[in-house]
Design a protein around this ligand. Structure first.
Ligand code: SAH
Ligand code: SF4
Length: 422
């Protein structure tokens, strides 16, 4: 580790953490093919002796079963020869990472605590959370890109977590597969009978990268995962229904537009550098003017493909009407939507959520300037799954889940995170 003023400045922005992208170690030694990209699947097939000339065709067959049909076993792949099926089963599985817990809110919001296979003998397996938010005409899946986050936004609980690592591309894809498994969202599968999944063609119609982590600090894996998720012969989600939220990693924004081509959301949260340095310390590296320039140049941005600016409402901190007017002025000329997020408190924070009247006044200023400014409505108050709280304290969560079971009550809020195009 270097020292001196530069290193010091960077340390104040990012926690020191080892960022790894490890290969999972599987208990029975068999890796799973679920979540892998085409090249990786071909490589695995070559490793077990599938002839070079067959690789493309076999990869295509597996791809269809894994990503179009949602197969969890090689047995069902009837167009694959019996010999190859048994060879595959000898070497691989189609297992998903383990679901440690599933919580379902009365309004249908679901949250899964997911444990990734361990990456070393000492590792118990990193845990992340994935949240599903159903609405009448769509279902939005909020996925994580990292375990924890190295950035230290002052109002975000995820940023206080010590353990941080990048998720692999397969681990990112697996979150979508687990959601589709649980929601009966594969062709011919039965939907849950609880009436809490939208009556739309697809239960998971939108994906937002708004769970744990900074997606642009795990660029390659997020990009590769989105390639699998949007593949026309597999999970077939449109790139317009995927929203990537970043705290403002300016140098990666252009590449994100070129190589991921999703909708973009920016965690703005303040209109002056002095305050944004405090709330989103990454601003010290990439100040507001540079961030907004990157947004103006975001590939594909247009009135039909607007950038969402997220703005967390913090009582007495960033919620004055002067701030609202400045927000509108700053965004002038950028095709934008503004998303006001009620602050979600967590133990130990000194911030408070702005009161409802203030959020409405703020929203009015933004609305009168011609911006749609939906306020994220509190959802699923009976489970703990809110923005910035994900996987905050697993143990505490388990205790709370037990308590909820015993007493049939719950506590903190969860906010709808609808993103992307309708
Ligand atoms: N790291 C990325 C994506 C994950 S955070 C990012 O920062 O954009 C998703 C959104 O939740 C961000 O806009 C983030 O600023 C916001 N958020 C974090 N903590 C929050 C809290 N306690 N209450 C409300 N929103 C919060
Ligand atoms: Fe990380 Fe986003 Fe939380 Fe900031 S708001 S600490 S970038 S997850």
């Amino acid at each position: 580790m270097t020292s001196g003023p530069v290193a010091g400045a960077i340390d104040s922005i990012e926690k020191t953490a080892e960022i790894l992208s490890p290969q999972p170690v599987f208990a029975d030694g068999k890796p799973s093919l679920a979540g892998l990209g085409r090249t990786e699947i071909s490589q695995k097939l070559a490793e077990i002796g599938v002839a070079q000339r067959e690789l493309r065709m076999r990869t295509g067959q597996l791809w269809h079963w894994i990503y179009h049909r949602g197969a969890t076993s090689f047995d069902v792949m009837l167009n694959v020869s019996k010999e190859l099926r048994s060879l595959l089963a000898q070497h691989f599985t189609l297992d998903r990472p383990e679901i440690v817990s599933e919580q379902i809110s009365v309004d249908g919001t679901r949250k899964w605590l997911i444990r990734m296979p361990p990456v070393s003998a000492h590792d118990k397996g990193a845990e992340i959370e994935t949240v599903y938010i159903p609405e009448s005409d769509r279902g939005t899946l909020c996925i994580s890109s990292q375990v924890g986050c190295t950035l230290t936004c002052s109002f975000c609980h995820t940023g206080t977590q010590r353990l941080v690592r990048n998720l692999t591309s397969a681990e990112i894809v697996a979150q979508v597969m687990i959601a589709r498994d649980r929601l009966g969202d594969w062709p011919g599968a039965a939907r849950p009978t609880d009436g809490l999944v939208p009556d739309a063609e697809r239960a998971v119609s939108n994906v937002v990268l708004m769970g744990m982590g900074e997606p642009l600090y795990n660029f390659e894996h997020v990009r590769d995962a989105m390639a699998v998720v949007t593949d026309g012969e597999g999970l077939t989600l449109s790139r317009r229904r995927i929203t990537l939220s970043t705290s403002g990693v300016v140098p990666m924004i252009q590449r994100a537009g070129d190589e991921i081509a999703s909708m973009l959301a920016i965690s703005l949260h303040a209109v002056r550098d002095e305050l944004r340095n405090e709330l989103v310390p990454l601003n010290k590296k990439y100040p507001i003017a540079e961030l907004l320039d990157a947004c103006r140049n975001y590939p594909g941005v247009s009135n039909a493909r607007r950038i969402t600016f997220e703005y967390v409402m913090l009582d007495g901190v960033n919620d004055s009407l002067k701030d609202a007017r400045e927000l509108v002025r700053l965004l002038n000329g950028i095709p934008a939507k503004i998303n006001l997020i009620p602050f979600n408190p967590w133990p130990g924070t000194t911030y408070k959520c702005s009161d409802w009247g203030r959020i409405e006044e703020f929203s009015d200023v933004v609305f009168r300037a011609g911006y749609a400014s939906p306020v994220r409505t509190p959802r699923g108050r009976d489970i703990l799954a809110a923005c910035g709280q994900l996987k905050s304290e697993t143990e505490k969560l388990r205790a709370r889940a037990r308590l909820m079971l015993e007493e049939g009550i719950g506590a903190e809020g969860v906010y709808a995170v609808g993103g992307g195009e309708d």
